[in-house]
Design a protein around this ligand. Structure first.
Ligand code: ATP
Ligand code: MG
Length: 363
């Protein structure tokens, strides 16, 4: 019997609904064409516009849809002009991350030969690494409620053994899966600042303990400042990078830069039982409603969802479609036709999404 998966869908704010619609269309067609799996989509209203209309940014009913789903797709939420009464930003994606303990923020950085990138790719080299950002603690622990006094302000860096163990286990599993799929050398690099902060020495010790359980994989360390340099000088050298929340926040934008911009950068936030797949970019209110948004980061995030479901449920049809979808997007980028304006083209959202559909179904 075919496995059918329930997908919670957060259409979100700004360009969110504009990039989600073509993504669901593509996923729906792929599922329909496959006899290996099915998908059922469940709309979960949430976000800044929803807050303005109802006074609730993440209703319990939507939270339940997310909890019960096999995977969660999210476009972008939050708008600059709509805030909570205390002035803080509306970001239900962060509430979801906390509520579902999505400790691993996964940011793949991939640039194949022929794809635009601000670097000169040496002949025969491709960029293909994954940055894993811890997403529930670290220096973001006191997010929005740091201790601010007239003459002094403090934030707390918190790293726990429990989350770090889960994070590193996840990173080594990822390196193993990638190597089995013919990508990466089976190497995990812990990115920290263990020379200066004891909390990072603690982080590194837990990493080393997990590394000892994987003698078949390579484990090494890098200081975050050096990693910023190497991500520009030799990004093709890396396989799986794992780091703390704040460092990961910064390095993942650097990674998006290597790929030619936010409009191409997908992400996933993964926990033990749940996972949210969403583009790295925000709701881009400056271009919302104009049909200009680049849908490719959203579509690549959907491909990551298929990959993840495929591994979790041991379903090769899903894994195959995840790869097909990613390669279709990469073909569209490499061909350079139907690119949106943020990546140097003139196409709109619909044309870019159509190009992906054509690459998939009109071969
Ligand atoms: P957030 O705080 O939610 O991350 P942000 O302030 O960082 O949001 P984004 O919404 O990510 O900002 O947008 C940053 C810039 O990138 C904007 O000029 C926006 O128009 C552009 N941008 C972001 N996503 C896309 C996209 N998918 N297609 C085209 N342009 C985009
Ligand atoms: Mg941003």
């Amino acid at each position: 019997m075919t496995q059918t998966f329930d997908i919670a869908v957060f259409h979100g704010d700004g360009i969110g609904p504009e990039i989600m619609a073509p993504t669901l269309d593509i996923l729906g067609r792929m599922a329909e064409a496959s006899d290996g799996y099915g998908l059922r989509f469940h709309d979960a209203p949430a976000g800044a516009a929803h807050y303005a209309a109802t006074g609730d940014s993440l209703p319990e009913t939507s939270m339940q849809i997310a909890r019960n789903a096999d995977a969660i797709l999210l476009s972008a939420m939050g708008l600059p002009d709509i805030r909570y009464e205390d002035g803080t930003e509306i970001s239900p994606q962060i509430d979801l991350r906390k509520a579902l303990t999505l400790f691993a923020g996964v940011r793949p950085v991939r640039v194949r030969q022929g794809q635009p990138t601000p670097l000169n790719l040496p002949k025969g080299k491709e960029i293909d690494f994954v940055l894993i950002r811890e997403s529930t603690e670290g220096l973001f622990y006191t997010q929005g409620c740091g201790d601010v006094r007239p003459d002094e302000a403090r934030e707390t860096l918190r790293i726990t053994r429990d989350i770090s163990e889960k994070l590193f286990r996840f990173a080594f599993d990822m390196a193993q899966t990638r190597r089995a799929a013919g990508r990466g050398q089976g190497r995990v690099t812990c990115v920290d600042k263990a020379n200066v902060f004891r909390a990072f020495a603690f982080f590194r010790e837990i990493f080393d303990a997990e590394a000892a359980r994987h003698p078949d994989l390579t484990a090494d360390h890098a200081y975050v400042d050096a990693m910023a340099l190497w991500m520009v000088q030799k990004p093709w050298d890396f396989d799986v990078l794992v780091t703390e929340n704040m460092f990961g926040d910064i390095l993942s934008d650097l990674g998006a830069g290597l790929m030619g911009g936010l409009g191409l950068a997908p992400s996933a936030d993964i926990g033990l039982d749940h996972a949210v797949f969403q583009p790295c970019h925000g709701s881009a209110p400056d271009i919302a409603g104009q049909g200009l948004a680049n849908p490719l980061a959203m579509i690549l995030s959907a491909a990551m969802m298929l990959d993840w479901l495929g591994i979790k449920h041991d379903n090769p049809a899903l894994a195959q479609d995840g790869r097909r979808l990613r390669e279709a997007v990469e073909d569209v980028i490499a061909r350079g036709a139907a690119l949106t304006r943020d990546i140097g083209g003139t196409a709109g959202t619909a044309a870019a999404a159509q190009a992906v559909t054509d690459a998939l179904f009109v071969a």
